[in-house]
Design a protein around this ligand. Sequence first.
Ligand SMILES: Nc1ncnc2c1ncn2[C@@H]1O[C@H](COP(=O)(O)OP(=O)(O)OP(=O)(O)O)[C@@H](O)[C@H]1O
Ligand SMILES: O=P(O)(O)OC[C@H]1O[C@](O)(CO)[C@@H](O)[C@@H]1O
Ligand SMILES: [Mg+2]
Length: 328
Amino acid sequence: MRKISKIGVLTSGGDAPGMNPCIRSVVRTAIYNNLHVVGIKQGYKGMIENDMYDMGTRSVSNILNLGGTILKTARCLPFRTDEGMETAYQNIKAQGIDGLVVIGGDGTFTGALRFSQKYPDVSVIGIPGTIDNDLYGSTYTLGFDTATNTVIEAIDKIRDTADSHDRLFFVEVMGRDSGAIALRAGISCGAEAILLPEKSTAIDELIAQLKSGESNKKSSSIVIVAEGDKTGGIYDLAKAVQKEVTNYDIKVTVLGHLQRGGAPSSFDRVLGSRLGFAAVNALIAGHSQKMVGLEANHIKLTPLEEALSHHDFKLEADLLQMVEVLSI
Ligand SMILES: Nc1ncnc2c1ncn2[C@@H]1O[C@H](COP(=O)(O)OP(=O)(O)OP(=O)(O)O)[C@@H](O)[C@H]1O
Ligand SMILES: O=P(O)(O)OC[C@H]1O[C@](O)(CO)[C@@H](O)[C@@H]1O
Ligand SMILES: [Mg+2]
């Protein structure tokens, strides 16, 4: 079994509430086990640009309650190239790093898997940190709970004004390829319809449903549209529906990046702490190319390849069915 002596930790892709508690956990678990820890700034960009610093126990004090990531994050195009990866590898080796903890989403894991296949002498463990909740092997990813609660708070407020004015609101939530936030927020806020990237929606069916709401004397309606929905963009969709659904005044709200910020929920603080602890222990135990996740309240290791290979599994069929039933 390969002995790990120095761990590098980074956050990559979109930031997610809970990343800071997770970084704290990685750093302190590593130091507790007499390992050195290096913080890598801005994800893979910091690996390529050699932007790294030694982390001590006090470097992660009082960050449990902070949204975002103290390590900063980035979407790094050069890491997709062989030259970029080689530079990153040389910098990692020069630092003496032999174990990497990468906190991010599916793109981050795709990069991590390619990197560790090319350079197997660096062990890599992934931690699912994305508000998109789109990784197999962990029921929840870090940040999804907080982001969903942020969305719910905003939509509840929209419902107040929608109801007062008898309006129909189209609300766009994040999820370029994932409908996880849209679905959960939709159930939580009693949305009349939810449009998801994973499932096509016929506009005429949506219009028929909204018209039936009108005739059932609904005083407001909310349609949640995930960013990646394929119907053609929220503004055009609202226009097309307004032509047919004339009794309601239609408004559009795009929630945008406020969904990614804010203090992590209790759930995400505990999840981040558990996953950080588990990731370091997995490296010590000799694992590599795996993701640590939480399923049925137990820590589980899943090969990165498998974590990336399943799609649509998070859109629970009963939730999809319920949307129609509970919004009559
Ligand atoms: N095929 C790939 N090869 C190498 N690196 C990759 C690849 N795909 C993604 N990456 C790296 O991972 C980074 C993060 O990926 P991406 O922007 O898709 O975010 P993510 O990790 O999926 O997080 P989120 O979806 O929550 O924003 C990319 O900017 C890039 O540096
Ligand atoms: O503006 P950015 O940082 O590219 O983020 C947008 C994307 O990142 C995510 O928020 C996930 O972090 C996706 O849902 C969204 O499509
Ligand atoms: Mg992603």
